[in-house]
Write a protein of this length. Structure first.
Length: 229
């Protein structure tokens, strides 16, 4: 399975080339186009209960699409928001991906949700992360560009939870407020995750929550008489 990522970093798209018999699994709605000889099948990957858990708690679709090549061809994928796409090759390791950042992967990878207790973000991003493990290619997306950070052993790095795309399970972290409650309210900053290496982290240069916080007050509102202001 070969791939090419184009139009980075603002409007990225991943083109996955398949040989005869090869497959790629994708999030519902991620497909942009595919060539002749590619067949698509929609199902509840990994079983119905696992798919329901992924949909309810992981923020992903219950049903996923599997693309199979009956002859050499390609499929293109893109995220719903303007941003980047990154490829990561897993080799028996585990990556935790924030809700909405998963696009596509090798069907051999196990994609599931996990409630991690302390390993979770207590914000609007939700209590569940996607746990992706196994061996094969993984494609993730972001809102804005993606920056990869490789932490050395015992190195620490702090990131606003709304800017986290994914991280390797070798990196440990704790979640805390940015300063005290007063500082949180006055600064506009919320929860941050303090990671300790070693391990790789992927962050996005923009936050969906921050954009919505900026946009919503500017939207027209409707008065009781039915007019807009």
């Amino acid at each position: 399975m070969e791939h090419e990522i184009t139009h980075r970093p603002s409007f990225a798209m991943a083109e996955v080339s398949l040989e005869e018999g090869e497959q790629v699994l994708a999030e519902s709605g991620a497909m942009v186009s595919y060539s002749e000889g590619i067949e698509m099948e929609t199902n509840a990957t990994g079983g119905f209960l696992k798919s329901i858990r992924r949909g309810l708690f992981g923020g992903e679709s219950v049903f996923q699409n599997t693309f199979t090549a009956s002859k050499p061809g390609s499929v293109t994928f893109a995220p719903p928001l303007p941003g980047d796409v990154v490829h990561h090759e897993l080799d028996g390791d585990t990556v935790y991906v924030q809700s909405g950042s998963y696009i596509a992967s090798d069907p051999a990878l196990d994609v599931d949700t996990e409630f991690g207790g302390a390993r979770t973000f207590f914000g609007s991003e939700g209590l569940f992360l996607l746990r992706i493990e196994g061996s094969g290619p993984l494609f993730m997306s972001s809102y804005g560009a993606i920056r990869e950070i490789d932490l050395a052993p015992d190195e620490t790095y702090t990131i606003d939870t709304g800017h986290i795309v994914a991280f390797e399970d070798t990196a440990d972290f704790t979640v805390r407020r940015m300063g005290g409650l007063k500082s949180t309210l006055l600064s506009g900053e919320g929860l941050v995750a303090e990671f300790t290496g070693e391990g790789r982290i992927w962050l996005q240069t923009r936050s969906q929550d921050s954009f919505l916080a900026w946009l919503v007050p500017k939207l027209p509102t409707q008065t009781p008489q039915g007019s807009t202001t």
